[in-house]
Design a protein around this ligand. Structure first.
Ligand SMILES: Nc1ncnc2c1ncn2[C@@H]1O[C@H](COP(=O)(O)OP(=O)(O)OP(=O)(O)O)[C@@H](O)[C@H]1O
Length: 360
């Protein structure tokens, strides 16, 4: 594809990267708009960091091209791409002050002393670093260090910012605070942030769109809510959100799916790609299960409550079926929550589950 006047801000065009026998990325294409926050989500080894390194210019694709603002940058060195980076491995220099850390990228591009002062003032203001500029990294909290690392990525006024798991070492509370802050900076600055993570909560909380990568391929790309609510492949159904998978069989004559192991049946449309035997994989998000006290009229899966785990505003019920399968159902916390030993009927709204032709 050649760049045109209406080219997207960033175009990753059919990029592959082969390391010897390992195909780290395979024919991957993504267009990114100027104001977008994109999360690259995938399990360990799926190719996320490889993609980021190719965009940064720290590595070259085996085939395919990368365009920024319509310009082919595939063969440009990193410092000519105008990209900011916040990578886990590029930690702050411990023996330099915040000011010196922030000035580093500006010195690398040989900015004038006046320009450096101007940009440091900008970073100090936007990242609320007032009073911290002459401290050393070990005199800062984790969140403050993270803001300085962000500042170092942003200080040279980049056309886009790449972030590789920058919050991985922070505790949960601080991570959640930083997620909100990072998203705010992105919206304020109006440049794209490309954020690599294997943490789906992080991806869903910050981004506009999520690209799910699996074994070097783009498995799904879409708005975060759509990726969560309407997974288009079994991998996405398994990987995004916490789900339970059931083996089911679609019966063409009745239009029902039966979960054989639990003798539970619900109506469903025919499923694309299903074999003659009608075998399907049914995924239900753990928070989408419906629970009601068991009565003689119940039609759901009979379960008993084996354990109750309180998780803030939610309750996680560990349920046990008649054949001793354990299923986790997450429900909002209520005063009259269920107790260990209670008998319940487990079911789901057919519109709330995801069904695919059985794999393998
Ligand atoms: N320089 C290299 N030489 C050989 N193989 C490599 C090299 N870099 C990455 N790989 C391989 O390419 C694949 C993708 O690696 P990559 O680091 O991009 O994954 P990732 O999704 O970022 O994983 P993680 O979340 O663990 O960082 C892996 O199988 C990895 O072992």
């Amino acid at each position: 594809m050649s760049p045109t006047k209406t080219a997207p801000y960033i175009r990753i065009d059919a990029v592959s990267r082969q390391y010897g026998q390992v195909r780290a990325l395979h024919d991957l294409s993504i267009d990114i708009d100027k104001h977008e926050f994109i999360a690259i989500l995938g399990p360990s080894g799926s190719g996320k960091s490889t993609l980021l390194r190719l965009i940064a210019g720290l590595d070259r694709p085996s085939s395919g091209k990368i365009f920024i603002k319509g310009e082919d940058v595939t063969n440009l060195p990193p410092h000519k791409r105008g990209i900011g980076m916040v990578f886990q491995e590029f930690l702050l220099f411990p023996h330099r002050t915040v000011r010196e850390n922030l000035a580093f990228p500006l010195r690398m591009t040989r900015e004038t002393p006046e320009k450096i002062v101007e940009r440091l003032e900008w970073a100090e203001g936007i990242l609320s670093l007032g009073g911290l500029m002459d401290r050393y990294p070990n005199q800062l909290s984790g969140g403050q260090q993270q803001r300085v690392a962000l500042g170092r990525g942003l200080v040279a006024n980049p056309t886009l910012l790449l972030l590789d798991e920058p919050l991985a070492n922070l505790d949960r509370e601080l991570r959640q605070e930083m997620e909100v802050e990072i998203r705010r900076y992105q919206k304020q600055l109006g440049i794209p942030f490309i954020y690599v993570t294997h943490n789906q909560e992080e991806a869903l909380s910050m981004s506009d769109r999520v690209a799910v990568i699996h074994k070097g391929r783009l498995e799904a790309l879409g708005e975060r809510q759509a990726i969560y609510d309407h997974p288009t492949t079994p991998f996405v159904a398994r990987f995004v959100g916490r789900s339970t998978r059931f083996d089911g069989v679609f019966d063409r004559s009745s239009g029902n799916i039966t979960i054989k192991a639990h003798d539970y049946t619900f109506a469903h449309q025919p499923v694309d790609g299903m074999g003659a035997d009608g075998r399907v994989d049914v995924f239900v998000k753990n928070e989408r299960f419906e629970l009601s006290p068991w009565t003689e009229k119940s039609t759901g899966i009979p379960c008993s409550v084996a354990d109750v785990v309180l998780r803030g505003p939610f309750v996680e019920y560990i349920l046990e079926t008649a054949n001793k399968t354990r299923i986790i159902a997450v429900q909002p916390k209520r005063k009259d929550h269920l107790s260990i030993g209670d008998r319940v009927s487990l079911s789901w709204d057919p519109a709330q589950c995801h069904v695919f032709a059985a794999e393998g």
